[in-house]
Design a protein around this ligand. Structure first.
Ligand SMILES: Cc1cc2nc3c(=O)[nH]c(=O)nc-3n(C[C@H](O)[C@H](O)[C@H](O)COP(=O)(O)OP(=O)(O)OC[C@H]3O[C@@H](n4cnc5c(N)ncnc54)[C@H](O)[C@@H]3O)c2cc1C
Length: 374
């Protein structure tokens, strides 16, 4: 048994890039294949709670994230009439130099991770994926869709919710589950008064998330929808605006900015939790490929970065790949599973409009778990 020398990362999103960055001092040769030939991400934002900043700090990237994002102190909740009902400051767990949380545009975070990953000298191939993966014990034989093939000591599946690696290697894994709720997002101008995450607890729920001095995004979560909602492109902006009618004039200044259907990001909430262990031999899953939670607790990307930090720490520390993967499973599964379940509970309350008074408590519980050491 020996340490990994040749590693393949499948998927160049948050999990894959973080893994490549985490491996930079591990004396390994890293190949990364990314299906999207443009290697870009869509344009709205991402909430980074304190544990996300802590994980980024472990990769040496919390500083650029905060410098290029919008540092925040906590969460404010409002009644549908705009009256503030809660102001919950969050703890600073990433260290004294970092805020409790940060808002950042996805393309900005992607660029920070991409630049740092490319600086490690990894070998990137765009527009291809894996065709077959055969774990032969000491090595994994991989063929790619461009007709090439290579043997690896470790294959890391970071290819998201509909992971090809999972489908090829984890025959018994569950399918992604639609949780019956859709979310609408759009970038708008940030008013001076929005300095923290602000949530308006009416129906539908509305949230505002600062991303920079100039910009924030608005999200709206629908009530129960049977089946994934498909809206013709030309109707997206109109339909998103209509959802704000329930709030009267409260969002009038935002509404007039929601005009471009191409800028509306409408997504279903979907989940998956692959049962432990997240490896089959020398093939391991990270990020959304292993576990996707709903965005209600803003932890999906945070967990992907944490996965990468933990896996790469263990690969450096342990004497063999086998021991590193065992330690990765041990440190990750329970923590992530609990958060997946909490996100589903909150989603259910919102979706079915039941026990909505429990939502703030469930969110605080998720934040408390997330703040625990990894
Ligand atoms: C509406 C919404 C809001 C969210 N908000 C937040 C938030 O505020 N905070 C937070 O922490 N998380 C949030 N998340 C979750 C977060 O977006 C995900 O958890 C995170 O993107 C997971 O990263 P990943 O790298 O595992 O997967 P992905 O981001 O899906 O990246 C996978 C990568 O693999 C590539 N790929 C796919 N298939 C293949 C293949 N076969 N071969 C090669 N490459 C492939 C893709 O092109 C992509 O580059 C949100 C999610 C949603 C849906």
């Amino acid at each position: 048994m020996s340490k990994a020398k040749d590693v393949l990362i499948v998927g160049g999103g948050i999990a894959g890039l973080s893994t490549a960055i985490g491996l930079k001092e591990a004396d390994v040769s890293v190949d990364l294949v990314e299906l999207n030939p443009e290697w870009n991400v869509y344009g709205v934002g991402i909430i980074q709670l304190a544990n996300a900043l802590r994980a980024l700090a472990a990769l040496g990237l919390a500083q650029p994230a905060v410098e290029n994002g919008f540092p925040m102190e906590g969460l404010e909740m409002f009644a549908p009439n705009g009256h503030r009902i809660m102001n919950q400051p969050q703890p600073k767990i990433a260290g004294p130099n970092f805020p409790p949380q940060n808002g950042i545009a996805r393309p900005v975070l992607h660029k920070i991770l991409q630049d740092a990953a490319l600086a490690t000298g990894l070998n990137v191939k765009l527009g291809i994926t894996v065709d077959s993966i055969e774990d032969a014990g000491a090595k994994v034989a991989v063929t790619f869709t461009d007709g090439t093939s290579k043997d690896y000591d470790l294959v890391v599946g970071c290819d998201g919710l509909r992971s090809q690696v999972r489908q090829l290697v984890f025959a018994d894994a569950p399918e992604p589950k639609y949780e019956g709720q859709m979310v609408w997002r759009y970038n708008v101008k940030r008013p001076e008064s929005t300095k923290d995450i602000q949530m308006y607890m009416g129906h539908p729920k509305v949230g505002l998330v600062p991303l920079s001095d100039e910009m924030m995004y608005i999200f709206i979560t629908d009530a129960a929808v049977d089946g994934i909602l498909r809206v013709p492109n030309e109707d997206l902006a109109v339909e998103m605006r209509q959802r704000l009618d329930a709030y009267g004039e409260l969002f009038a200044e935002i509404k007039v900015q929601i005009t471009d259907p191409d800028e509306v990001v409408l997504r279903p909430f979907e989940t998956i939790l692959v049962p432990a262990p997240w490896n089959r031999g020398r093939v391991v899953l990270l990020g959304d490929a292993a576990h996707t939670m709903t965005a209600h607790i803003a932890q999906g990307a945070a967990m992907a970065i944490e996965d990468a930090v933990v896996l790469t720490e263990e690969l450096k520390k342990q004497d063999s790949v086998v021991e590193a993967l065992a330690a990765y499973n041990e440190r990750r599964y329970e923590r992530v599973a609990t958060l997946v379940q909490l996100s589903q509970q909150i989603c259910e309350c919102e979706r079915d409009n039941v026990n909505t008074d429990k939502i703030p408590g469930l969110m605080m519980q998720a934040n408390k778990i997330a703040a625990e050491p990894i």
